[in-house]
Every structure is written in structure tokens, then in C-alpha cells.
Design a protein around this ligand. Structure first.
Ligand code: HPA
Length: 246
């Protein structure tokens, strides 16, 4: 079945996607971040959505996660591969590192984080013990290996509210909590995918050392992030091409 890719900062399009159509959709939860882009890689179908909009105008706390996931579910996709830029907390998650997380801690607030609310909606508690779908994680890791791209297997993603970056003390707390990487978009996206019964896994791309770590000891070198992401997204594209196109 067809996979969807939600691209984050640095990945607002997939160059190798032969685009067949773009579809503007509305959902009961409002509008997604942008049109759904349908296409194929080596003959295999794929739906792409830019999480922050195609002009990168939607901030992490303003993303309509429910509309994005609902719109993709309506297209009968089997699963979602999220591409998300993060800061590296763990020492070996240097800028440019790719990591497929296996756990999440949610520090976000005030986001619409469930489909199960409002009048008439049943009280529903989804299981979230393993927030990422293991089989999809493995497929990503296998695709990465097949194209000789180094990807770290496993790690805990801390989802912060943003849009500001964190203080060094906040990163120390996240580390004490067991987080390896920090980003602003992992939640509620992962939980909403689970509520809709979609497979969900992520490729986290380290754009920088998190605050207070490595060369971010006193400030995050923002001017370097764009170049780091551009290079790393080339590797992410190759992995996705392998994953989808075989
Ligand atoms: N913190 C949170 N989100 C991020 C970071 C970070 O350091 N880098 C890229 N996304």
C-alpha cells in the first residue's frame, strides 16, 4: 500500500518524485499544511505533504496535525514516514546525523492532540507503549543499509513546544528524562497517526547540537543549520527512494 511522507524543515519537496497531481483538501478539522502531492518513485506511488507548508510558513505549534493526518488517512495510505529536524542531545548525535527514534516524550501543550473529543465522541485510550511502528522503522533501517547510508537505530525523541529553542537547563532536564534528541513536531503527530490506525515512523535529522551541547555550548550556530540540513536531506531522499521505489 502507498506510503505518505511528511517532510519537515529542509524537505519541502522530493526531487525524484514524478508528480502526477496535487490535491487541495479540506477536513472536518480544517485545512492541512498544504496540498497533498501525489506521485511515484520508480513506478511506486507516494503521497507527500510539507508539514510547514510549501513556503515554510506554518510554525510547529501552529501546524494543523489533525487535518494533516486526517487528509492522508482519507487517501487510504498505509503509513506515514515523518522527516523531522532535531537537535542532538546525546553526544554521538552530531549535526547531520540521521536517527530512527523508538520512543517519545511529549512536552508540548495547547495543541489539538486527539480525534476523540467533542460531543458524541467516545472516550478512547489508544495504546502508545511503542509510539513508532516497529515494522516501518525496520523498513527504513533496511532501506538505509541498502543504500549504505548511516542511520542510528533507536533513541528517545523529546517533543517541545517551540517555536523558540530550548535553554541549556531545559536540555539538561530532557537528558535526565532520557531524551536523545529534541524537536518540535513529533507530537501530537505520532499519537494522531496511531488513533487513525496508520503506521508511523520517523527519520530524525540532527540540524544542530541541542542548547548547551557541543558547539552549541553558548548559542546554537543558526547560520550553519541550513547547510547541514541541505546535505543531510540528500541522504534522507536516497533512503526514501529506496524505501518506496525498492
Ligand atoms: N531544539 C528543538 N527543535 C529543533 C532543534 C533544537 O535544538 N533543532 C532542530 N529542531
Amino acid at each position: 500500500m502507498t506510503l505518505a511522507v511528511i517532510g519537515g524543515s529542509g524537505l519541502s519537496r522530493l526531487a525524484s518524485l514524478e508528480i502526477t497531481k496535487r490535491k487541495v483538501v479540506r477536513t472536518p478539522y480544517g485545512e492541512p499544511s498544504g496540498a497533498l502531492t501525489f506521485g511515484a518513485i520508480r513506478g511506486k506511488g507516494l503521497v507527500f505533504l510539507a508539514r510547514h507548508g510549501y513556503g515554510h510558513t506554518v510554525a510547529p505549534h501552529e501546524v494543523n496535525y489533525r487535518a494533516n493526518l486526517w487528509a492522508l488517512k482519507e487517501e487510504n495510505i498505509s503509513g506515514v514516514v515523518s522527516v523531522a529536524s532535531v537537535g542532538g542531545i546525546r553526544r554521538d548525535v552530531t549535526p547531520g546525523t540521521l536517527l530512527v527514534p523508538d520512543q517519545i516524550i511529549d512536552y508540548t501543550w495547547g495543541r489539538c492532540a486527539t480525534f476523540f473529543e467533542g460531543e458524541g465522541a467516545p472516550v478512547t485510550h489508544i495504546d502508545f507503549t511503542e509510539p513508532y511502528t516497529q515494522s516501518l522503522r525496520l523498513r527504513i533501517l533496511v532501506a538505509a543499509r541498502a543504500c549504505a547510508e548511516k542511520v542510528l537505530d533507536g533513541g528517545t525523541y523529546a517533543a517541545t513546544q517551540g517555536p523558540r529553542l530550548e535553554s541549556a537547563a531545559e536540555i539538561n532536564r530532557l537528558e535526565r528524562d532520557g531524551a536523545d534528541i529534541v524537536g518540535m513536531t513529533g507530537m501530537p503527530e505520532a499519537a494522531l497517526a496511531r488513533e487513525l490506525g496508520l503506521e508511523y515512523a520517523a527519520i530524525a535529522v540532527s540540524a544542530n547540537f541541542a542548547a548547551g551541547r557541543g558547539d552549541s555550548a553558548h548559542a546554537i550556530p543558526m547560520e550553519r543549520i541550513e547547510a547541514v540540513l541541505e546535505e543531510a536531506m540528500g541522504r534522507v531522499r536516497r533512503i526514501i527512494e529506496k524505501l518506496v521505489g525498492g
